[in-house]
Design a protein around this ligand. Structure first.
Ligand SMILES: Cc1ncc(C[n+]2csc(CCOP(=O)(O)OP(=O)(O)O)c2C)c(N)n1
Ligand code: SF4
Ligand code: SF4
Length: 685
């Protein structure tokens, strides 16, 4: 097979009457922005008509975006999405494995794919289904390693400019030189405010693109006569039927084909379903080096997606370990004495490649300082082996929570997160705090979530990141309005306290039937730490058994009390109420209610995810934005100083108030979460 630099890059599509182009991009990779820009160039610089429509879901980033662009000399009256395209671009290699990118391609269409494979190896790495579609539709195939070009130009993962140049070069809608001049003009217009360096990087990327764009010659490759293979389901066979048949269809972007009857009639969806949505969006993932690792747990703590995890376990557990599964003796004194093994494992298909774990890792190989205890490496070659290792890791027993010293990060980070693989942006600065709260208190946590980024990545169809442990316990979560979330959460507290009081009164009233010893123990339990809570849960189980025993023997009046107590028994275990939202909620729009809750002194935890702007809606300033700061939609700079919400909270004299940042001091963050939750009254972080 040969491959060659495409010699004449103009005119291949423009000769046709109109261009119908489809672009598959990764949310936040710049594809949509670049296409908006392209359509403006085409609309403004030619006499042609243009139309663009963009399809994407509500994940914060990392999902598939589809741009539908029409262009031609006649007025465009098509009010529907493109279903027959003469140009298709796939900006992320991974999509060709899970999205039917070529379904809409017409015969002879042009297909451009961003790939890490060299042009001569590309064909052999295409899925059989895609090969067959290319052959049947006689497509012209082009490839570029856009990530490499962008990276070399200093633009990191921003491949949008590179792919935009390829589009103009291949589509030939403008003479090549004119198109490149227009792209450069629009780069200057868009990025000049960000400084000359950014402009220069983009210009360099434009100049380097064409010499890295290749046509893939596939003619003469063997064809097979078998039917077109099915697109593989995005979820494994072992997923529950609902996940497989309903959520899986939504993941494949075929949700519109589901009948209404397939959806839960009461709107209840199972929790913990992000674990089935293997998005494979990371070009690179961290690789652990056991000999360098000091086993501090910092990487596990900061990972926004709960993708990198640690476990200690008995060496016998390794008998059936896959050959590539990494482990080493534990360095922690008490576990060392027990001869336990230690592993840091990454979920390769859930990682976003944000690299935060590597940045925070303090351990370096002394003989080679560039080698840390975790380092990024390309994901595709590692995927299969690490997928098996991850499965094996998940099946290793969890360390006993009762024996973990939760004040030490290395210990505490062994706790299973009950918030995992969310659709938050790679490197999200909010989610590690939610994850930490669920590790510590998730099995008895109720969350009132204000509208904002956290409500979107927390409650996004088709999957939810809030999950449950092996006993089926996990956070109860609900999203309220922006303006009333504090009151909403306060309502949780009031209702819980009422139920607990009712259960306690019934215990007293049924003291003789249930038995004094059990009743006293249930009422006296301090429930201050994990061990207390564990014991209280055991007592509640004993109570439930006792109620079942005595119910058949009770008279009508007692029977009613016993049945009521049975339904309220779980409220005898302490619950942890968390009222969560961003600074737009806490400082501005929900502030009236928040102040009311602060003044109430009730036992709730307020967690303000203070990003100092309204993040979900793109960056408006809030009263938390520091003086002089420029936000995306506040270009003049903030005039007033940052409001001191902590100080306001302290004026009531009843709240535990703290400000935390893992990046500043992770031990402090952990200590504050523990102290705040155990404080009997209002806690604000
Ligand atoms: C009353 C009301 N106004 C505006 C909105 C639109 N809105 C949704 S989320 C959001 C921004 C949230 O910002 P913030 O509270 O800081 O949370 P973040 O997204 O930063 O986590 C806005 C303005 C809304 N949902 N309700
Ligand atoms: S690269 Fe990001 S998502 Fe992946 S394991 Fe590290 S911190 Fe987690
Ligand atoms: S941060 Fe580095 S040293 Fe610490 S546990 Fe993770 S890999 Fe090991």
């Amino acid at each position: 097979m040969g491959c060659y630099y495409y010699p004449s890059l103009t005119g291949i599509l423009f000769e046709r009457k109109s261009l119908r182009a489809l672009f598959y991009g990764l949310g936040s990779d710049g594809t949509v922005g670049a296409n908006k820009n392209s359509i403006k160039i085409l609309g403004e610089e030619t006499d042609n008509y243009v139309q663009a429509y963009f399809v994407y879901d509500s994940k914060k980033s990392g999902s598939v975006t589809t741009s539908h662009l029409r262009f031609g000399p006649e007025p465009i009256r098509s009010t529907y999405l493109i279903s027959s395209a003469n140009f298709i671009a796939c900006h992320q290699w991974e999509f060709i494995n899970r999205v039917d990118v070529l379904e809409a391609a017409v015969e002879g269409a042009t297909f451009l794919v961003n790939s890490i494979y060299k042009p001569k190896n590309l064909w052999d790495n295409l899925p059989k289904r895609v090969q067959k579609q290319i052959q049947e539709k006689q497509l012209k195939v082009y490839t570029i390693d856009a990530n490499e070009v962008a990276d070399k130009a200093g633009m990191g993962k921003r491949i949008n400019t590179v792919m935009q140049v390829c589009f103009f070069a291949l589509a030939g809608v403008l003479p090549r030189e004119d198109a490149i001049a227009e792209i450069k003009k629009s780069i200057r217009k868009t990025y000049s405010k960000k400084g000359e360096t950014i402009v220069a990087m983009n210009i360099q990327a434009v100049d380097k693109t064409l010499e890295n764009l290749f046509q893939v010659e596939w003619q003469g490759k063997p064809t097979d006569t078998e039917a077109l293979p099915e697109l593989p389901s995005p979820v494994s066979e072992s997923a529950p039927a609902f996940v497989h048949d309903v959520l899986g269809k939504m993941m494949m972007r075929q949700g519109d084909l589901l009948p209404v009857s397939a959806l839960p009639c009461d709107g209840t969806y199972p929790s913990g379903t992000t674990r089935w949505e293997k998005r494979n969006i990371a070009a690179e993932i961290p690789v652990w080096e056991p000999d360098v690792c000091v086993q501090c747990g910092k990487c596990v703590m900061v990972c926004p997606h709960a993708v990198i995890r640690a476990k200690v376990y008995e060496p016998e557990q390794l008998t059936l370990a896959p050959g590539t599964f990494k482990h080493t003796g534990t360095r922690t004194q008490e576990w060392k004495a027990q001869g336990l093994e230690f592993t840091i494992q990454v979920a390769p298909e859930d990682c976003t490649g944000c690299k935060i774990c590597v940045d925070v890792c303090p351990a370096k190989d002394k003989s080679s300082p560039n080698r840390k205890a975790i380092n990024m490496a390309p994901q595709p070659p590692l995927r299969e082996a690490e997928r098996d290792n991850w499965e094996f890791f998940l099946n290793l027993p969890e360390p006993d929570r009762l024996h973990l010293d939760v004040h030490k990060i290395a210990h505490q980070q062994m706790q299973t997160p009950l918030f995992e693989f969310s659709g938050a942006c790679g490197g999200c600065g909010e989610t590690p705090y939610l994850k930490l709260a669920t590790q510590l208190f998730g099995d008895r946590m109720l969350v009132a979530n204000a509208t904002g980024c956290s409500s979107i990545y927390g409650g996004n169809l088709p999957t939810t990141p809030w999950t449950h442990n092996a006993e089926g316990r996990g956070p109860a979560w609900s999203n309220s309005l922006f303006e009333d979330n504090a009151e909403f959460g306060l309502g949780f507290r009031v209702a819980l306290d009422r139920h607990t009081r009712q259960a306690s009164e019934l215990l007293q009233a049924l003291r003789t039937e249930i038995g004094e010893e059990l009743v006293d123990a249930l009422l006296a339990s301090p429930q201050q730490d994990e061990a207390d809570i564990f014991e209280q849960r055991e007592r509640v189980e004993s109570l439930k058994h006792r109620l079942e025993d005595i119910l058949p023997l009770a008279d009508a009046e007692k029977r009613l009390q016993l049945v009521n107590l049975r339904s309220l028994a779980d409220y005898l275990v302490k619950k942890s109420v968390w009222i969560i939202g961003g600074d737009g909620w806490a400082y501005d729009i929900g502030y009236g209610g928040l102040d009311h809750v602060l003044a109430s002194g009730r036992n709730v935890n307020l967690l303000v995810l203070d990003t100092e702007v309204y993040s979900n809606t793109g960056g408006q300033m809030s009263k938390s934005t520091p003086k002089g700061a420029v936000a995306k939609f506040a270009e003049g700079g903030k005039v007033a100083t940052k409001k001191d919400l902590g100080l306001i909270a302290m004026t009531y004299g009843t709240a535990y108030v703290a400000s935390v940042a893992m990046g500043a001091r992770d031990e402090h963050t952990l200590r504050v979460f523990l102290e705040a939750e155990s404080y009997k009254g209002l806690a604000k972080k």
